[in-house]
Design a binder for this molecule. Structure first.
Ligand SMILES: *[C@@H]1O[C@H](CO)[C@@H](O)[C@H](O)[C@H]1NC(C)=O
Ligand SMILES: *[C@@H]1O[C@H](CO)[C@@H](O)[C@H](O)[C@H]1NC(C)=O
Ligand SMILES: *[C@@H]1O[C@H](CO)[C@@H](O)[C@H](O)[C@H]1NC(C)=O
Ligand SMILES: *[C@@H]1O[C@H](CO)[C@@H](O)[C@H](O)[C@H]1NC(C)=O
Ligand SMILES: *[C@@H]1O[C@H](CO)[C@@H](O)[C@H](O)[C@H]1NC(C)=O
Ligand SMILES: *[C@@H]1O[C@H](CO)[C@@H](O)[C@H](O)[C@H]1NC(C)=O
Ligand SMILES: *[C@@H]1O[C@H](CO)[C@@H](O)[C@H](O)[C@H]1NC(C)=O
Ligand SMILES: *[C@@H]1O[C@H](CO)[C@@H](O)[C@H](O)[C@H]1NC(C)=O
Length: 692
């Protein structure tokens, strides 16, 4: 009985053991769905050109592609792991030139589906609960394009060896050795094809990772790590790739792959592999090129016509420099027609800088919003228009797209995509027509953060918004948050009187250091974003002039709630308690963190995105926003006039109250400029100004 059972078990064991007509070599010089022994899960797919695409540029995706059959890595369960070598060619194409994520990995895993794994920083390999557990039996080499603090990544462009965890046992900035043994760095997310080799020697117990932008393998590896894989690998394991995207996204492509057990993998010739579909960049270049030529044509036509009309009635003069600026110029007639002659009926509102009209471009039927700005200083116009034209090249799904511009005498008209749902403030205050759910609000917040990160880091030059606030966040037809009016504040900052620096912005969103330095920075944008976070979550304006005195300043009020341990009381009551508590608390804490008086204590937008994505936890202990780290800056002006004024206007032992001497110092030293703060354009600014 016992023996037959043993035999039966042995048979079952033999049957369940994967068919061991053991394949010990894999070779793909390009992929195809027919005949490829690849199991794809998530969004991974093979395209018509024979390229394996693990993810596309949508947020929070995963893609896996594993060889369908397990490979034998050992002779017995307790045996020594075999040597192996593998080589593959890949490319990472970020969504926006400099912003992509998260990365991909070559993996050896007990399963080919990797169920329960998470996207973002987990690279589709593991999840928060199984990180670091030795029963994972996971070996991976990561090609990571995001610096995760959680996993102590060295930078945002590195190669790492991961064992049962995403905290790398060894890592190195992405680079390769040239023939004369000098190191040359490689940008993983350049979109260019990169070849990688991973070689494991089970006798010498060493694992090497080598990179190269070409077909030939450099002599020296970029990573050489002493490692015995025997305890990590099981007898049968799956080999393949895993990739993920987060709030930032990239497409991850593999063009060819070769693997060999106990030997050297066949080499890949990059020139014979399929190549990437035309990079997006070239498409836009092409369309820009096309539109340049067509617009140049249109402009020449228009200028000839205008020249003739001018002879008749000495109308609008297009100066030579305007033609140099290129692609984005609209004719005044076109806009006049689109807005039905700037009729009051088409008026959408009074923006911070002028009136905004709705329009429909006569030819394409595209809905547009035209902002009319009057600008008296003539000499600043040229710089400003150049800047606008350059800003017009910014493209991001969370920015309101600037389509073009038109100048007529001292009037400047900016043409934007029309945003169906108007501005965010209309959904938050004064009996909104629709109460946004927490889910919608959180999505808007994340969108704005992502748009702002793009302005700060995603473009050739740093673009500072200078006037982030609820009324500058517009909602498209799907209620996605889009940042509008970026770069416009520059117009006012250039100012008509060059002797003074005017602080531009809106009361309540103005970083304290602005009144002192007058210089807008990415940090001051973060401050305003913090105010936005609080107002979206609390459904209150940053400064409520009408509220009870002790609720005047939203940051202080939220801070008090936080220190009293009653933070949820700060949440907008119209949400009637329907929200994800973890998210709400995280956003409120992040709002407080961004509202720090000390610019350096505020997180960068990149960090903000990480917090919002849940990659990093917001610190459990917060410093009061008004805790000024002093050391760096002890100019007599002290911190901000507005905050000093507001905080001292009610004597309530608030954690942020300011002693009188400093307030007076603040008053004395900021004679003129802070008044311009109070000439705020918002209603709150106005009323506060008059009460002052
Ligand atoms: C897929 O596996 C089958 C059987 O193991 C093999 O004959 C075939 O060559 C494999 N195809 C590729 C592309 O490796
Ligand atoms: C990415 O793939 C997902 C799922 O296949 C799809 O829903 C999404 O539209 C794709 N995104 C892009 C930008 O192609
Ligand atoms: C595995 O077993 C085969 C024969 O069964 C033997 O030739 C080979 O050397 C063994 N490999 C290792 C690494 O033990
Ligand atoms: C594997 O190791 C276990 C104990 O760790 C031992 O009982 C078993 O005999 C070993 N098997 C072989 C094939 O060495
Ligand atoms: C984490 O992944 C493991 C499998 O690797 C799975 O069993 C577990 O349920 C996952 N945990 C969560 C929280 O998804
Ligand atoms: C590791 O995973 C195993 C199996 O999934 C589980 O039983 C064990 O508790 C985990 N260990 C830790 C420290 O989480
Ligand atoms: C890899 O790192 C983990 C800790 O992160 C450590 O426990 C483990 O021993 C390391 N493995 C090797 C082979 O160095
Ligand atoms: C790993 O790299 C070292 C040089 O750093 C070299 O001596 C060794 O032979 C390499 N091993 C493998 C398996 O490629």
């Amino acid at each position: 009985m016992a023996t037959s059972l043993t035999i039966l078990l042995a048979i079952v064991f033999l049957l369940s053991t994967p068919v061991t007509s053991q394949v010990d070599e894999i070779f793909y010089g390009g992929f195809s769905d027919v005949g490829a022994n690849l199991t794809k899960t998530g969004v991974a797919e093979i395209d018509k050109d024979g390229i394996l695409r693990l993810t596309n540029e949508t947020s929070r995706l995963m893609g896996h592609a594993f060889h369908s059959f397990p490979l034998q890595f050992k002779n017995s369960t307790n045996g020594t792991a075999f040597s192996f070598s593998t080589s593959f060619a890949f490319a990472i194409v970020p969504e926006y030139p400099k912003l992509g994520g998260h990365g991909f990995a070559f993996a050896i895993s007990p399963s080919k589906e990797l169920r329960g794994a998470l996207p973002s920083q987990y690279l589709g390999l593991l999840n928060a609960s199984d990180i670091g557990n030795f029963s994972n039996h996971l070996f991976a080499v990561e090609f990571d394009t995001v610096k995760d603090f959680e996993f102590e990544d060295i930078n945002d462009n590195h190669v790492g060896i991961d064992i049962d965890s995403l905290e790398s046992n060894a890592s190195s900035p992405a680079a390769y050795y040239t023939d004369d043994s000098t190191q040359q760095s490689i940008n993983l997310q350049s979109g260019n094809t990169i070849q990688a080799w991973i070689d494991y020697d089970s006798v010498g117990n060493v694992l090497n990772v080598t990179l190269s932008p070409s077909s030939s393998k450099p002599k020296l590896p970029i990573l050489s790590f002493p490692l015995d894989l025997s305890p990590i690998l099981q007898e049968f394991m799956y080999v393949g790739f895993s990739a993920s995207t987060g709030l930032l996204a990239s497409s991850h492509y593999v063009f060819g792959w070769s693997f060999k057990m106990n030997g050297v993998a066949r080499s890949l010739d990059l020139s014979s592999l399929p190549s990437l579909p035309e990079p997006k960049e070239r498409h836009t270049a092409l369309t820009i090129g096309l539109s340049v030529s067509s617009v140049v044509l249109v402009i020449s036509a228009v200028s000839i016509i205008i020249y003739m009309i001018r002879k008749i009635r000495n109308a609008d003069v297009i100066e030579a420099w305007e033609l140099d600026i290129g692609p984005h110029r609209f004719s005044y007639q076109e806009l006049k027609k689109a807005t039905k002659g700037f009729r009051d009926k088409e008026l959408l509102g009074h923006g911070g800088f002028g009136r905004v009209y709705r329009g429909t471009l006569p030819n394409s039927q595209t809905q547009i919003a035209v902002k009319r700005i009057s600008h008296d200083s003539k000499q600043g116009m040229r710089e400003f228009v150049s800047e606008i034209a350059s800003i017009g090249r910014l493209r991001h799904r969370n920015l309101v797209q600037l389509l073009g511009w038109c100048r007529r005498y001292g009037n400047l008209m900016l043409v934007y995509d029309f945003m169906e749902n108007g501005s965010l403030d209309k959904f938050l205050f004064d009996e909104p027509k629709l109460i946004l759910s927490w889910e919608q609000r959180f999505n808007i917040i994340k969108g704005v953060a992502s748009g702002l990160l793009y302005l700060h880091e995603g473009y050739e030059q740093v673009v500072i918004h200078r006037d982030i606030k609820a009324s500058n966040v517009l909602l498209d037809n799907e209620l996605n948050g889009r940042v509008g009016d970026f770069g416009l504040a520059r117009l006012y900052e250039h100012g008509s009187n060059p002797g003074t620096t005017r602080v531009v912005g809106t009361l309540g969103y103005l970083a304290p250091e602005l009144s002192r330095t007058g210089k807008a920075t990415t940090n001051s944008d973060v401050f305003a974003f913090g105010a936005l976070l609080l107002e979206v979550t609390c459904g209150r304006r940053p400064i409520e002039a009408k509220a009870l005195p002790e609720e005047l300043v939203l940051v202080d009020w939220v801070w008090d709630k936080w220190t009293e341990g009653r933070i949820l009381e700060a949440v907008d009551s119209t949400l009637t308690g329907q929200y994800d508590e973890g998210e709400v608390v995280m956003v409120l804490k992040l709002g407080l963190l961004c509202s720090s008086y000390s610019p350096t204590a505020r997180p960068s937008m990149r960090q903000v995105v990480r917090y919002l994505e849940g990659e990093v936890e917001v610190p459990a202990v917060l410093n009061p926003p008004c805790a000024y780290d002093g050391g760096k800056d002890d100019s007599p002006g002290f911190n901000d006039f507005v905050h000093s004024y507001v905080s001292s206007s009610y004597e309530k032992g608030s954690s942020c109250s300011v002693d009188n001497e400093n307030v007076n110092a603040g008053f004395a030293s900021v004679n003129a400029s802070p008044l311009s703060l109070l000439n705020g354009r918002g209603t709150t600014g106005g009323s506060l100004g008059s009460s002052f």
